[in-house]
Write a protein that binds this ligand. Structure first.
Ligand SMILES: [Ca+2]
Length: 267
């Protein structure tokens, strides 16, 4: 879903994909030989919901950016998706251009599970140039100890994060990594140090999420009934967007409080 390519000849005011839904697709093994390919890719679009999809085996699970300088991608909602076992990051969000951003966007109620199958140093969530990005109610169970990377040479302003549930390969909250290099050149190597230094993720937790089958290559990322770390633990005031459902097209908020991750349980 691209935009702002002058060769189209379209007037600038309409020269971008906009006002659409990308819903309930399964996208897998989308791998380019010449670039890091997103299974689902927004490049300069606006007002797009990416909801209820399952992505695995792609270069990156979902990519949201803007490749044309002096433009933005705006109002992109990435919600209620299952994102696992992609080769690089689960999601890469932010423009790679010096004067471009992804603005006014949310990454909410997604379940990330063991992306970065290529190994090496990478995050489940990678951030480039963004403004007003909200990362909330997500499960992030990482393959390594690295959960989020603010990539070098980019900036992220007005970033908010909260009510995420993290779990890393080490199995301890004292070795999980938030690499904030691109924002303030710092790294944080425990959830507590990340929370206290930045005030982000204030209510986020570190706990085993409780996926039904937490093993590759065919995980079942529905929550077990015993998944108390995630069931009814999302933002208490969260209200589902109009037409928003969980990964199974079931009511997004049940039992008075949203669950963390893509799956909502009835209790
Ligand atoms: Ca609930």
């Amino acid at each position: 879903m691209t935009g702002h390519y002058s060769w189209t000849g379209a007037p600038a005011a309409v020269n971008y994909a906009r006002s659409g839904n990308v819903r309930h697709n399964t996208v897998y093994n989308c791998v380019s030989q010449v670039a890091t390919s997103g299974g689902i890719y927004v490049d300069g679009g606006a007002y797009i919901n990416i909801e209820g999809n399952t992505t695995y085996g792609n270069g990156v699970g979902i990519t949201i950016g803007c490749e044309n300088n002096n433009y933005n991608a705006d109002n992109i909602n990435i919600r209620d998706n299952l994102i696992y076992n992609n080769i690089n990051a689960g999601i890469l969000i932010g423009s790679n251009q010096s004067n471009g951003k992804v603005t006014n966007s949310t990454v909410s109620n997604n379940s990330f599970f063991k992306n970065v199958s290529a190994g090496g140093y990478d995050g489940e969530i990678d951030i480039q140039n963004t403004d007003h990005l909200n990362i909330i109610n997500n499960i992030v169970q990482s393959r390594s100890n690295v959960v989020v990377i603010a990539l070098l040479n980019y900036t992220s302003t007005n970033l908010t994060m909260d009510y995420n549930n993290n779990y890393s390969a080490s199995g301890t909250s004292n070795t999980i990594t938030f690499d904030w290099g691109g924002i303030n050149t710092q790294g944080y190597y425990s959830l507590a140090s990340f929370q206290s230094a930045l005030g982000l993720d204030a209510h986020s937790m570190y706990a085993l999420p409780g996926f039904t089958t937490a093993s590759l290559p065919t995980p079942n990322l529905h929550l077990l009934s015993s998944a108390t770390a995630c069931i009814n633990k999302g933002l208490p005031s969260f209200i589902a967007a109009s037409g928003e459902y969980d990964i199974d097209s079931q009511t997004r908020v049940q039992n008075s409080r949203v669950d963390i991750g893509a799956d909502e349980k009835p209790y």
